[in-house]
Design a protein. Sequence first.
Length: 253
Amino acid sequence: MRLLGQCALLGLLLTSTPFLQADSRVSAYALMSPTNQAMQNDMSLNPAMFWIMDGEALWIDRNNPSSKACGDCHSDVKQSMKGISATFPKRVQGKLLNLEGQINQCRTTRQQSPTFAYESKPLLALSTLIAYQSRGLRIAASKDSAIDADFQKGKTLYFQRMGQLNLSCAQCHDDRAGLKLAGSVIPQAHPTGYPIYRLEWQNVGSLQRRLRNCMSGVRAEQYPYGSVELAQIELYLMRRANGMRIESPAIRP
């Protein structure tokens, strides 16, 4: 199966004009079946609701050395976190952080507790809860000149060929968006829905998990979770998607 997937990926080089126009930004939502769209739209059908419920419990949990809950600092999550996820990644105390990185920084500095592991259920629960408060709002990634260098580095990484297949993110998601790879339509790679519930994973996952999956697909060495390189790619993708609406928690095949 891996060999078939690699052959299909290389076969894209022989395909015709992409389905989507280069100047038309489209979320992967538009590429899904009506059934999957309905699952995303109706939170009573969306499996990510279980992570949101876990996140709500963690939001008021004081079982940590400082006896402080997230809600003690930030009050009602529905009010205080509205629009927050749409602005990450950003520099915090001199370090580029995505939403998960900010959660972990609060955990160590405010709650005097160890960081949550990337892709762990508690970290995904909190990040999904927070992102859900921005659902329907527009992405407003920071244009602060202080992170321009990070943006440019993320852009470089996006266009940089990598792995044994010698392919870049842009070759699939810019040049061939709308074409099919192994039966699935290639999206434009706008991060409008993260954290997402991916049917293939049967789980909620972060954008960094998806980026690492793509790197594995082209047989490249994966950047570690929480690395500055992954945060820089996230920043590039978020600025690239500025003005598009947040869908989190999105459903993806």
